[in-house]
Write a new protein. Sequence first.
Lengths: 306, 562
Amino acid sequence: MKSLKIFFSISTLLVLFSACQETPPLINYKPSNSVLDTTFITTSIPAAETKNILIEDFTGVGCVNCPRAHETLKSIKSSYFGRVFSIANHPLNSTLKTLVEPIDKPPFVSKQDFRTKDADDLLSYLGSSNSLPTGSINRKLFSGETKWLVSDLSWSGYATTELAQTSSAVNMDTLSIKYDASSNELTIDLRLIFTQSMPDSQYLLTVAILENKIIDIQEKNDNGNTIYIEDYEHDNLLRKVITGVYGDLLKARYEPGRVFRKRFIYKPTADELKNWNTDNLAVIAFVHGNATKKDVIQVKAASIKP
Amino acid sequence: MRFKHLLTCLLISSSAFVFAQNDEPKKEDKGELSGNFQTTNQFYIKDDKIGATTTQYKSELSSTDAWLFLNYKYSGYNFNVRYDLFNNSPLLNPQEAYTASGLGFWNISKNINKLNVTIGSFYDQFGTGTIFRSFEDRNLGIDYAIQGARVIWTPNNDTKIKAFTGRQKYRFDIRPEVIKGINAERHFQTNDNLGFDVGASAVNRTIDQTTMSNIAAAINNYDLKNRFDPTYNVYAFNAYNTLSYKRISLYTEYCYKTPEAVLNSQLDRMQLLSGKVYYASLSYSTKGIGINTQFKKIESFSFRTSPLEIQNLGLITYLPSITRQNTYRLLARYNAVAQELGENAAQVEVSYKPQTAYFKKHMTTVNVNISVVTGPQSFNFDGNALNLADFKADTSRYFREYYIDVSHKFNKKFKMLLGYQNINYNQRLFENKAQGTPYVLAQCIFGEATYKLTPTKSVRMEAQYLDTKQDFGSFVNALIEFNIAPHYSFSAGDMLNISKGYINAENFEQVHYWNVFGAYTFGPTRFTAGFIKQVEGVNCTGGVCRVEPAFSGARVTLTTNF
């Protein structure tokens, strides 16, 4: 009887206080690539520019329904020309392995592995998913949704809602990307000006390198059959987030005329240069909220070769 | 709205219970209702000289705090509710005029054989409270009630096991972090002389997603080398024992807390730290002498609902200062707030009553108390921190007090007490003052005399002189009190800033902190009214302290039980 009591007590304690290893929140351990970081107030406050929106598409080369999401994206972009920007994230994620890993079904074999840890970190940051395609519209938590990631079937509706707001609280009047092959340096210049006062908030800047016009294999659903499209064009593919994955804090009071001037220099590694076509690289930059209110307030992109 | 729901639940549960009882053909039992009421009303008169300039002096001009507590016992059930009222109150935050009222505490408990079950709000603690204490302290505007469920199982007279889960109350809301805990205590009596009271506990706190997102966002803004992975869960454990042998009692407790994000206010950022507390208390008493010694070592033991909470908000741990709790006004001016990030503290208290016929007749008592608190690294005898004969400023010696008093009853009508206190106080650390604020070296002489005029009338006088060149400089305080038992008590006093210190060096003037006070007691009811000028300082009750601004104005209180 006594041993039963001891067993009962120990079991209770174990049940109450033992658990699996917890997954910590997302902490960015990447060093900054910023070489210029200044902020000041200008008295000539420009008019607010048009607000753009960001669609973060989580996709995979082995995901047969992902081309459908790419088509949806194209359709939204053509309806709101110049106001919609996107990132194609291929997460390096073990749960989604079959959907995202390079195709190796001879004669259908991928030339490249598009997966990145950055894409996977962003997937977790926006709520995680065990299926693709999924995506976030402007990092907004829409009413009735529990996660920032929503099905591609909802993208058009939510994008239209977000695009109804036309005036941006922050202008991004400079955004450029250059590549100097001799020094192997990608230089990104950026200037932000706040046009409104944004008290009681924290805003962060995320800058990422994308690549367009990559021709590689993609699985696709064709009336219930899986087909392999060998000359599929992959655009806006996330190569590298050069700020912290969750953004770098814009450290100052956000008031009309507040200017942030930033320059980043990134040197692609030898492995990256093997796969990247530097002529097709682009940069995307967006200003967004913090972990609790993640909303994107402005986004723009620029290419090395416009 | 939430409280309306609670009230509805209470009413439904009590009425359901009444219906159930109606089926039983017992003789009518109407139960037993008891309670108490307390109110404090303050009227503010701005005084720039003493710094009485908070919002109440400019805008609201008066404030009221009130609590009505009701207990209803019925057939083994216990129903408790407390209505709290704060109107323009500075109590919860001295810099704010807070107005809200509603149900501040409620619970239903029932004894079922050896099991006690409580649903609703409750107060409790494990061991000395280092890993968990839920309590209320109205004087400091503190209410750490847990709202949830608790069971207490008492299988026999020597054993008690408690377990709970819930969330901490904050004003009229509940914090989002979940706390759960289990505690077991057992008494062993080896023989008539030797006994052990053994206990052990475990407490777990889980941070919610929103709070964790804020913590993660803060960490992501740190320099890269200072970033770390915060944890949602923290576990705290303790083991304690009271050994009683004849006239000796030895209490020992060890507490450990797993690593979690802890706010280091000196670095102004969070760090991933585990925590430990070692505590021992040894007491011995025999005829004419009582000795009590205590030692406590704290190693980064900050335990709150969230690391983003500061000062006295969200405390799960109870870390009282083990230095002497003084009651005289000037002796209580400097308090050693326990340093949750790390300290070593020790205290020795001796109470001696000479056993010769003369001293026994005159009830002569000598009390001596020595306490010292140092930084976590300086509890060794290499430096000066522990040098008992060193009277120079030493910031690693956070606090030291030498105290002695002698009381003597000269005859049936007249008794007197005289004493001396010497204080070392790291004001910058304890009061979070600006860099350059000097270390306080102070000494105080004090006395009290009571003279019985008639069996029901007495006069009591007390006076203290505090000497220091730091802080606000030296003060004298004197008070005269006239008591007419059992109903009336009147007093008048003045505290005078007689010489300048560091803070008022530039604009020193002699400031009177005078007060007049009257109390009327009738049965369980006590009514007081006073006009008070109170200096800014640290107010401590038990383990919780806070810096309170100066007060100038009238204070009226009423307390009663029924």
